[in-house]
Ligand binder design. Structure first.
Ligand SMILES: Cc1cc2nc3c(=O)[nH]c(=O)nc-3n(C[C@H](O)[C@H](O)[C@H](O)COP(=O)(O)OP(=O)(O)OC[C@H]3O[C@@H](n4cnc5c(N)ncnc54)[C@H](O)[C@@H]3O)c2cc1C
Length: 385
């Protein structure tokens, strides 16, 4: 028996249940990040029954990378009906980017003339929680701390087994992030453009109140690039981005080497020092490459967000694209034809191709270290002058 729900739907965890549940639904969404929560929310709003299964890994952490939201995010958050809640959640307004990229001079791009207003620096744990709650409140059945262990296809439906539930669904949505767990089970290959990783941590300071710099700082260095952004709670995220196979990157996994790399930057190291920010934990490594699934959909399944295509953090587009693919996928599912799934796949691949062109353009703007491995791999031959 299920526990009684006081709301239209509820989030239960395994401790509150003592019997295996049989769930019959139209769509089973695997992964409760921004992509999975958005697709679940949109399907519920359209009257499509769905279950959102998240393994809960994101809740076990105090912070998550991926904190910058561009101004245009406002439109999609309004569409999802979470804008008012988002505004009251204490995320920080961001008024632009400042970069040392292509020359030693810092260049500012502010959001002053952006019709959508300012951008945002998020508390990602809080943001992801808000998105999942929106899905639950819209009517999705949210299974928290749960993973599919086995599955099989019976004619046109999927039978999925978690530790506590048997789920029968017509469509599975892979929203498991870069691991693309479901697509891998389907035997689909992932193509990676590079080996970018982020080595990142959060720094804290008692003097953080004096730090009023709401810009995202980006700085190219000979083996990659750094960024820092304020996040709520008097903290900053600081990250070094480089290719994981390079010896210098391997060395930078050590906190001392990472710290001395930071100290050699022109602006970011000084900013961190000026307000006496201290490391709260050793830097962690995150996969940050540009990669995509060769096949984004198949009979009775499709992939959204990072699972479908993942973007370089330089673009600051990951969350927006996660929600964008969720919007398109929810339309494809509602139409429910092979043609609508194929059109969705074409959308993902086309958007990714455009992104790759933009990415090449931005990396080619930095020519100062074009013979160094990191930059040589990214600067097209004609741009090497
Ligand atoms: C260093 C770095 C910096 C970044 N900076 C930015 C930025 O400034 N702005 C921006 O927009 N984006 C940024 N990104 C990218 C952004 O974080 C991602 O694009 C975004 O999180 C994608 O959302 P998603 O829902 O597709 O995947 P995720 O956020 O990865 O969510 C996947 C969810 O699925 C769950 N899950 C995984 N496997 C399973 C399974 N088998 N069963 C059930 N659940 C599962 C996970 O626990 C998680 O909750 C950055 C990324 C990196 C690495």
């Amino acid at each position: 028996m299920r526990p009684a729900c006081s709301r239209r739907s509820c989030m239960w965890n395994s401790e509150t249940r003592w019997m295996r549940s049989e769930i019959h639904t139209q769509v089973c969404v695997l992964g409760g990040g921004p992509a999975g929560a958005s697709v679940a929310c949109l399907l519920s709003k359209a009257g499509v029954r769905n279950v959102l299964v998240d393994d809960g890994a994101g809740r076990a952490v105090l912070w998550k990378v991926g904190e910058g939201l561009p101004p245009s995010s406002r439109r999609v958050l309004q569409m999802l009906g979470v804008w008012e809640e988002f505004l009251s959640d204490g995320h920080l307004a961001s008024f632009g980017n400042r970069s040392i990229w292509g020359s030693s001079v810092a260049v500012e791009h502010d959001f002053l003339l952006d019709p959508h207003g300012n951008g945002w620096h998020l508390d990602r744990v809080k943001f992801d929680h808000m998105m999942r709650t929106a899905a639950c409140e819209a009517g999705s059945l949210c299974l928290s701390g749960s993973r599919v262990k086995t599955f099989q296809k019976n004619e046109s439906t999927w039978q999925l087994e978690t530790d506590t539930d048997s789920i029968r669904a017509d469509v599975v949505v892979d929203a498991t992030g870069r691991t693309a767990w479901w697509a891998r089970q389907m035997g689909v290959e992932r193509a990676a453009q590079d080996q970018l990783v982020g080595i990142a941590t959060v720094v804290e300071s008692e003097e953080a109140n004096a730090d009023r710099d709401s810009f995202t700082e980006i700085e190219a260095v000979e083996n990659g690039w750094w960024y820092t952004a304020q996040v709520p709670g008097g903290k900053r995220v600081v990250a070094f981005l480089s290719d994981g196979d390079l010896p210098q990157t391997k060395a930078a996994r050590e906190a001392d080497v990472w710290r001395s790399g930071l100290a050699r930057t022109t602006r970011i190291g000084k900013l961190i020092q000026r307000y006496s920010y201290q490391l709260t934990e050793a830097p962690r490594i995150f996969i940050a490459n540009s990669s995509h699934l060769q096949q984004v959909q198949g009979a009775g399944w499709l992939a959204v967000g990072d699972a479908a295509a993942a973007y370089d953090p330089l673009s600051s587009q990951g969350i927006l694209m996660a929600i964008g693919t969720a919007i398109e996928a929810s339309h494809a599912i509602q139409e429910g034809t092979p043609a609508s799934f194929a059109a969705y796949e074409e959308f993902v691949h086309r958007t990714y191709r455009h992104y790759l062109d933009a990415r090449s353009h931005f990396y080619a703007m930095e020519q100062r270290w074009r013979t160094h491995s990191f930059w040589a791999r990214r600067i097209p031959a004609e741009g090497k002058g």
